[in-house]
Design a binder for this molecule. Structure first.
Ligand code: DAK
Length: 261
């Protein structure tokens, strides 16, 4: 991929790593960075050799300290709406990538940064991380899905407290409420993220991809319709080489070699 101005993009062992890279501004998300995130998301979605994605922030202080306040300050209502529409579109693309996405939260994940993490499938954090939705402190509200994804993840009461106070919480508290899966020492963060990504990458790509789609698409349906969705998707997997390989390898007592076909 072309070089980015505000992102670092690498791929190792079928795992893509996107690093937000404006450490001087605590990796605050400006329009250019959002556009680059959109482009790299499209690229990853079209590359079946990538089995998992990790998002993290450059520097020691921040994952992403929110949308760029300096850029936002002078927006009018229509520009604000456009920014929100574009942001929501990019985050939905990220959320619906076929590959699982892991947020490795190395520091501040505030406002748009927390919303970015919420659009990921799995969130892990270093002990240095601080998370929150401080928009009310700035006279606005979340605009990249925070008022919708946060309550779905942590429940209405806790989400409302975070949204109405704008308070930051520690990584340990975030784990307690289910916002974070694991908290590790800063030096262990990427190792842990790669360990989870590698664990996923070793499994059937289509099994993982279909599981993600079933959870994402079924979550807001009633149980009857979501179970029906699961049934259809389960059935479809029996037309794949992954299913034949996985079951044959088990019976032949060897490790499966998956092609994602
Ligand atoms: N935007 C722009 N610059 C930021 C920034 C941000 N979100 N966060 C930090 N910076 C900049 C600081 O201005 C400072 O720049 P210089 O003064 O050096 O030029 C530099 O990064 C270092 O920050 P500090 O000096 O403040 O560092 P501290 O360690 O003292 O404090 C902090 C760290 C994270 C507590 C503090 O920087 C802070 O409170 N930052 C703002 C956090 C915040 O409020 N984030 C939420 C932003 S609102 C929308 C869609 C989405 C959104 C909005 C609308 N549509 C509907 C249109 C999303 C909104 C947000 O994310």
């Amino acid at each position: 991929m072309d070089k980015f101005k505000h992102l670092i993009y690498t791929v190792e062992d079928q795992i893509a790593i996107i690093t937000f890279n404006r450490p001087k501004y605590l990796n605050a998300l400006n329009s250019e960075m959002l556009k680059e995130l959109s482009d790299v998301t499209d690229h990853i979605g079209a590359d079946a050799s990538i089995r998992a994605v990790i998002l993290t922030g450059a520097g020691e202080k921040a994952f992403v300290a929110g949308a760029d306040i300096a850029e936002m300050r002078s927006k009018n209502a229509m520009e604000g709406r456009k920014f929100s529409q574009f942001g929501n579109w990019v985050l939905s693309k990220l959320e619906n990538l076929p590959q699982p996405v892991i947020a490795a939260i190395n520091g501040f994940a505030l406002g748009g940064g927390c919303e970015l993490a919420l659009a990921c499938d799995i969130r892990i954090a270093s002990t240095r991380a601080k998370l929150g939705q401080p928009e009310v402190i700035l006279g606005i509200m979340p605009g990249f899905g925070g008022s919708q994804r946060l309550p779905r993840l942590v429940g209405l009461g806790i989400a409302k407290e975070l949204l109405f106070t704008g308070d930051m919480i520690t990584a340990d508290r975030a784990r307690e409420i289910g916002l974070i899966n694991h908290v590790v020492e800063p030096s262990e963060l990427l190792t842990k993220a790669k360990e989870i990504a590698g664990n996923i990458a070793a499994k059937s790509p289509l099994g993982v991809q279909f599981s993600k789609k079933a959870v994402n698409e079924g979550f807001d349906l009633d149980l009857e319709r979501s179970l029906s969705l699961e049934t259809e998707m389960f059935g479809m997997l029996f037309s794949t080489e992954d299913q034949k390989e996985g079951m044959t390898a088990f019976l032949e007592k060897r490790k499966p070699v998956y092609q994602g076909k």
